[in-house]
Design a protein around this ligand. Structure first.
Ligand SMILES: NC(=O)c1ccc[n+]([C@@H]2O[C@H](COP(=O)([O-])OP(=O)(O)OC[C@H]3O[C@@H](n4cnc5c(N)ncnc54)[C@H](O)[C@@H]3O)[C@@H](O)[C@H]2O)c1
Length: 344
């Protein structure tokens, strides 16, 4: 194979981040086709990337022998069918998170990719972020001794869209902003979760409380891993001040701090003893290099026939934790898991 020929399926917000990675140069691959049923997005993507092979129906992508791999960045409800069809057509798959809507769908996607011998990589880009990776290297090197507790937070700035107030559809912040934190904690802990207990409250949209009594914009999630490590995730939506994603690993012999709210390394300290700095505006800015690195890692694993660095099982486990976290909030109780799967 000269170069991996990749088709982007879903040219929206996140899809175009991947498109731009490829346009910026991914070694060993070329973005060769675009698929999106929404004409406006498809044309805009084609004009921006210069890719002229486009289609509106993903079924056509599967019939095209000149496409070797797909990047699936459609709304989550379509991931399952597209990934399975791609596997059956022998096309390697990069799939954005959340992987699907249910555990069973995840299992079917994993099985199809195994059966048809295609790679399946999931879009947890924090694993490719320089700071998060450095945290993992320091942890693995034993720099702070044995890991005792891991904390991770994500707070997002934006006002929720109307559909997000129904948390049975949107999952609220635990799904919207914290799904990446669950993956980070599993990655850092090197173990599966055996207990999850989450609580949430609505602080910023009291006017929505009557119509959406289950809505919460802020949550804390307590976790215990099978290897004894303790975990804490906090999440919030509509914080206004910027996008804030940080982690902390407390060891028996020290602490590792990952990430910063500062958008750059510049700070002004003035005579009135005020420190001024720029806050990070968006996940798109913070993780732009990480998205590119994960796209490169996907192409490398296909070309070198190695295991994807983030697997379908990682996608499934994060989904389970989001589902069980929401269940814990709604039922006001801890949930117990065995081998990462709920016991009841
Ligand atoms: N890794 C991350 O941090 C991250 C960030 C944002 C979104 N996402 C995920 O990426 C996916 C897309 O989210 P988004 O924010 O880009 O959404 P979006 O609405 O901006 O874009 C989705 C695009 O998919 C297209 N589409 C809809 N149905 C399609 C179909 N059947 N076939 C092909 N294209 C179809 C839409 O027309 C649209 O252009 C979701 O699963 C989302 O959770 C991940």
């Amino acid at each position: 194979m000269e170069k991996l020929r990749v088709c982007l399926i879903g040219c929206g917000r996140a899809g175009m981040i991947h498109a731009r990675s490829y346009m910026g140069g991914i070694h060993g691959a070329v973005l060769s086709a675009l698929c999106d049923p929404m004409e406006e997005n498809r044309i805009a993507a084609s004009e921006e990337t210069g890719v002229t092979k486009t289609c509106s129906d993903w079924h056509d992508v599967m019939k095209d022998p000149d496409i070797d791999a797909v990047i699936v960045v459609t709304p989550t409800q379509f991931h399952h069918d597209i990934v399975i069809a791609a596997a059956e057509a022998g096309k390697h798959v990069f799939c954005e998170k959340p992987m699907a809507s249910t555990e069973q769908e995840c299992d079917e996607m994993i099985e199809a990719c195994r059966k048809y011998n295609v790679k399946l990589q999931l879009g947890f880009m924090r694993r490719f972020d320089k700071s998060f990776r450095r945290g993992k290297e320091l942890l693995d090197a034993g720099t702070v001794g044995d890991v005792t507790m891991i904390k991770s937070n994500t707070y997002g700035p934006s006002e929720p869209k109307e559909w997000m107030y129904n948390v049975r559809k949107s999952y609220g912040p635990i799904g919207e902003v914290n799904s990446h934190d669950f993956d980070t904690l599993r990655w850092y802990a090197g173990s599966e979760v055996k207990m999850i207990h989450a609580i949430g409250h609505n602080f910023r949209s009291p006017e929505k409380a009557a119509e959406y009594p289950e809505y919460y914009d802020t949550c804390t999630v307590m976790l215990e891993f099978e290897n004894g490590v303790l975990g804490m995730i906090t999440g919030a939506q509509y914080v206004r001040y910027g996008y804030d994603s940080r982690a902390e690993i407390l060891g028996t012999n020290g602490i590792i701090k990952v990430g910063s709210q500062n958008a750059n390394a510049a700070e002004a300290v003035t005579a009135n003893r005020i420190i001024q700095a720029d806050s990070m505006d968006s996940w798109r800015t913070l993780f732009v290099d990480a998205y590119k690195a994960e796209d490169q890692a996907f192409v490398d694993c296909v070309l070198n026939n190695t295991e994807p660095p983030v697997t379908g099982v990682d996608g499934k486990m994060a989904l389970v934790l989001v589902n069980e976290g929401l269940r814990s909030i709604l039922e006001h109780r801890p949930i117990y898991l065995k081998n990462g799967i709920p016991e009841e």
